[in-house]
Design a protein around this ligand. Sequence first.
Ligand code: ZN
Length: 317
Amino acid sequence: MKTIQFSQWIAQLSILNPEQRDQLRSRLSGAGDLPLDVIKAPSRCPHCQSRERRSWGSSGDLPRYRCKACAKTSNALTSTPMARLRKRHRWQDYAEALTQSLSVRKAATHCGVSKNTAFLWRHRFLSRIADHQAQHASGIVEADETFFLESFKGQRDLPRPPRKRGGSAKRRGLSAEQIPVLVVRDRSGQQADFKLEKLDARHVGERLRPLVDADAILCTDSAGVYAHFAKAEGITHRPVNPSQKRRVDGAFHIQNVNAYDSRLKNWMMPFHGVATKYLTHYLGWRRLLERYKARLNPLICLGESLGYTNVQQLTET
Ligand SMILES: [Zn+2]
């Protein structure tokens, strides 16, 4: 670029808005934009599910489409939790923060965004991730319940006086302050977990019925809710004696699900108690980490945040 052109170009910097400055800074520092090939256009119109669409210019840096059936326009982010989120050039860094389980504060620093943005992004990024879990469990299926302290963290109007950070329940075991989560895992690593309204036969049955294959062998502690479900559905049930919970009866044990539970609880500890309304997001986050283990990278995470199943192929090029 000639010197005179460069001076003119530099003079233009004063009219950039904060977001444009931010993008420029990121480009100069070598951090690229979000790789757009990760963002795939869905094959259907997000408004009416019609497949009849045609190209309709672009919105920002994403191609836009217009539906022939409903005449509405959309891009690849329409109807995803990521629609209208700004600073797209920071998303990959944020996905990286998720793969590293960074706190909101550290994620904010990592991406150069405010703490509020980092918090908003956490839950936007986790929304589809939380939906991604096993639809079927087969073979030997372990099921067990675990509990999380109810938390109104971040809510202004507490229905009860606040507890000290983290805190502990007034009563041990099951009480109104404990939120039950049902964890199901088969031996191929297929896993699902559910925040339950109540730990009873109805709620457990509702979750297990579509999940557990009819010819599966269900291993649980001997809690009545599981026996009730297995009997009603004609599924083989191998209860593990609670006093021997740690002992292994051949292949019939619940050690995988128990080990998962302790990894989950240890991982959650640095978050100092999670708001109950976001509990499913954290459960999904942990499943994401377990699903990919060392293979997890920011692009996979981003693909999962956009709701793509089979994100593996995104990175295998
Ligand atoms: Zn349409």
